[in-house]
Design a protein around this ligand. Structure first.
Ligand code: SF4
Ligand code: SF4
Length: 747
């Protein structure tokens, strides 16, 4: 070992020792913070499925490849990081000796070949990512950048470190070539040989370059260890457990989509017949009341802004950005952590848990952070502004897009639960809806005895459960379908089509109450459970003696569809629920409904969030529309994506990336006072296709888009209508879609 190697070895050892010590300290700190969260025992089941999903999602980059260029570039950088970590290890042998290399594999040509090409592709990948970040940097991008609010220096720092580490990998190899210590042939390591051809024959070059590479890598480790909230770097480690512990590892995408997480206290679902707000946690009022998985979510955020770029609230000028919400919760959790770790915190009655002695030497900043309300305005020092909390439509675009499986909607609803149940603090206009749900069993406050009015004048009998036993489908009409004039047309159209196809169905009539979706999404779990338990009881009675596969329900409202199919299981109600577009697609493909009159004028389809993104039903409504348009593409709905080119004029934002109508998350019952109206934004997009018909599959979308079209003064030219009504016009052109064939009699 020469004098240069002695110096490089000592320096490499010193900086590595400091970096490793700081990294161990940082990991212990992060683990301690994450462990402050509440238990989530359900995250430890399905180990096989979880492991498989984690490997498939990370190795295949299944989420990121939807953004193909970014995804491909990131894949090479990720693989480069993992594989080329071996080359950082090798650098420790190179600081000691010019000809040093990894034992055994370091002399293997295949290793040289693989690392060479991963290095080259990693270089290309990181340059692409750097260009994308620069092109989209806040203030330069034409639209609001997805990086707005991200900590930009951290992103630049991480990218430059990756770039320099890759470059110095080739410089080390170049010096080995120049000093004749390189074992791999030109065909296996062409770039290294090219670099070597321009470098001098300097024996110490290998060790000096290796020291620089180690210094850069360890500087990175030191910087991220001193910044435990630096998600852009830490996600390289945290993404793996965050994906592993996702809520539902079996879901193809967005594990936080579909059903909401039940309300839990100490890891157990709360039953309101026994729950006590002085003993049980009702929602989230303090950051440590999120589960440990919530705190892991916040720590893992990469600040990529994909969620923000798709969020309807953010895109229409509201203060909610799912990314900024997650970052606020993360920064608050880590700033408050010293106080919590010292034994501080409030019990459920609001009393301080720590003794004065425990808090005596507490950092004042941590104490000040602990005093901030989780939900509060800027004047109150709140972590999350109420306008942020109440702007969410629970559309799930953020969850769908997030590459590391953060479950934003669950966290938002958990915070709403506390505000509604304990503080009674929510947009006042929604109070009427909640009172109507409690007193009348529907959000409109309509009399229960008018639930069956839509059946009048149909020209055939609509059977009720109890009057008939041999029904195949229970037709869940829903409150909108029973009381709201436009939705009633859809209900009538579906009933007419089912009758036409000879499907045996029956309704609950006055036995039905609201599914509870608006109550649950606004955060009123108490009202949700009250309604849901009543419905589960009624439905279990209606299906008594039938196995699950024969407990079939068809629903026209995606919110009811989602709640009955995905959430009633949490309360003992197991049913096979289909959306009416799925059943209609099946009936068309089976030849039981035959469209005869093509619908013209151009049709575009708006994917309802709770049908599309939340439940991944994209193909069925398109197939029904395809058959009605007359392109001959109607057929069995697979929802695998087949049939998506059904002759429709698609909007730019469709299917998984569809844009919300603005009504979800109980926003239907709140005023939209900030920014542009979401429904207007969506209607403008729909109208830009030139289609004369905007087809929908949800009564709330129908209301919102109709209002949007009328607001633009285009009511005469463009019609918003349900898929079922479009099909009915084609199957029975003589009967106006959903209208009674004879005038209904007054009740
Ligand atoms: S659910 Fe939709 S509205 Fe709510 S934060 Fe996510 S993207 Fe925004
Ligand atoms: S998409 Fe996920 S990782 Fe990216 S900013 Fe949003 S929450 Fe963070």
């Amino acid at each position: 070992m020469g004098s240069v190697q002695i110096v490089t070895t000592i320096l490499a050892a010193a900086i590595t020792a400091v970096a490793v010590w700081l990294a161990v300290r940082a990991v212990m700190k992060m683990t301690a913070v994450i462990r402050l969260g509440q238990p989530a025992p359900e995250r430890f089941g399905d180990k096989g499925a979880r492991t498989k999903k984690m490997l498939v999602e990370t190795a295949g980059h299944t989420r990121m490849l939807k953004w193909s260029v970014v995804g491909a570039a990131h894949w090479f950088v990720m693989v480069g990081f993992i594989v080329l970590s071996l080359l950082v290890l090798e650098a420790y042998f190179e600081v000691v000796s010019t000809g040093g290399g990894l034992p055994i594999i370091g002399h293997w040509t295949v290793f040289g070949l693989v690392t060479e090409w991963i290095g080259i592709l990693g270089l290309v990948g990181i340059l692409v990512l750097m260009a994308i970040r620069l092109r989209n940097r806040p203030g330069r991008a034409e639209n609001r950048s997805r990086f707005t609010g991200s900590t930009m220096w951290q992103g630049y720092f991480v990218e430059w470190v990756v770039l320099l580490v890759l470059i110095f990998g080739f410089v080390i190899r170049g010096f080995k070539v120049a000093t004749d210590h390189f074992e791999y042939p030109v065909w296996a390591a062409p770039l290294s040989h090219a670099v070597g051809s321009v470098l001098p024959n300097w024996e110490a070059g290998v060790s000096v370059a290796a020291l620089i590479k180690i210094a850069i890598s360890m500087t990175w480790l030191i910087v991220i260890s001193l910044n435990v909230t630096m998600g852009v770097a830490w996600h390289r480690f945290l993404a793996f457990p965050n994906i592993y512990f996702k809520r539902d590892p079996e879901k193809p995408a967005g594990s936080g989509l579909g059903p909401l997480r039940p309300m839990t206290s100490e890891g157990k679902p709360l039953d309101f017949e026994e729950a006590d707000p002085e003993k049980d946690q009702f929602g989230v009022a303090q950051v440590e009341q999120f589960t440990w998985k919530g705190l892991l979510d916040f720590s893992t955020c990469t600040e990529c802004g994909r969620c923000q770029s798709q969020c309807p609230a953010w895109n229409t000028g509201k203060p909610l950005s799912p990314k900024l919400l997650v970052l606020s919760l993360r920064d608050h959790a880590y700033a408050k952590a010293p106080y919590l770790l010292a034994g501080g915190g409030k019990d459920l009655t609001g009393e301080e848990k720590a003794t004065e002695a425990q808090l005596a030497h507490m950092d004042v900043l941590a104490l000040a952070e602990a005093d901030r309300p989780l939900i509060g305005t800027a004047e109150e020092g709140g972590v999350i502004d109420p306008d942020v909390l109440w702007s969410c439509t629970t559309c799930g675009a953020c969850v769908e897009q997030c590459p590391v499986d953060i479950e934003h909607v669950d966290h938002i609803v958990d915070m709403r639960r506390y505000q509604v149940l304990i503080e009674s603090s929510f947009p006042s206009e929604a109070g009427v809806m909640l009172r109507n749900l409690e007193n009348k069993g529907n959000p409109w406050g309509a009399p229960q005895n008018t639930r069956e009015d839509w059946t009048k004048g149909l020209g055939f009998e609509v059977p009720r459960v109890g009057e008939v036993d041999d029904f195949e489908y229970l037709f869940w009409v829903g409150c909108a379908g029973a009381f709201e004039d436009r939705a009633k047309k859809t209900t009538r159209a579906v009933a007419t089509l089912l009758n036409e196809a000879g499907v045996k169905f029956a309704i609950l009539g006055e036995g039905e109450t609201c599914s509870g979706d608006p109550a649950r999404r606004i955060g009123n779990e108490f009202v949700f459970q009250m309604l849901a338990q009543q419905n589960v009881e009624t439905l279990n009675e209606a299906f008594e003696g039938r196995e699950k596969s024969k407990r079939k329900i068809v629903a026209t409202c995606p919110h009811c569809f989602n709640t009955l199919g995905n959430e009633y299981g949490q309360l003992g109600g197991e049913f096979e629920v289909v959306h009416h577009t799925q059943l209609l697609a099946h009936l068309v493909s089976a030849g039981k409904l035959t469209p005869v009159q093509p619908v013209d004028g151009g049709v575009t389809y708006h994917d309802p969030c709770y049908l599309g993104r939340h439940n991944r039903i994209f193909a069925a409504p398109r197939e029904v529309l395809g058959s009605a348009i007359g392109d001959g593409r109607g057929g069995a709905a697979s929802d695998s994506g087949a049939g998506r080119d059904s002759g429709l004029v698609e909007m730019p934002r469709n299917s998984e990336r569809s844009f919300c109508c603005g009504a979800g998350g109980a926003r239907m019952w709140m005023e939209e006072k900030i920014g542009k109206r979401i429904n207007v934004d969506r209607v403008e997009e729909a109208m830009s296709t030139g289609a004369k018909t905007i087809a929908v599959g949800c009564p709330f979308c129908s209301t919102m888009l109709n209002d949007g079209v009328n607001g633009k003064g285009a009511g005469e030219d463009v019609e918003v209508v349900d898929v079922a009504s479009v099909l009915l016009r084609s199957v029975k052109p003589e009967a106006p879609a959903g209208e009674p064939e004879v005038a209904p009699t007054a009740s």
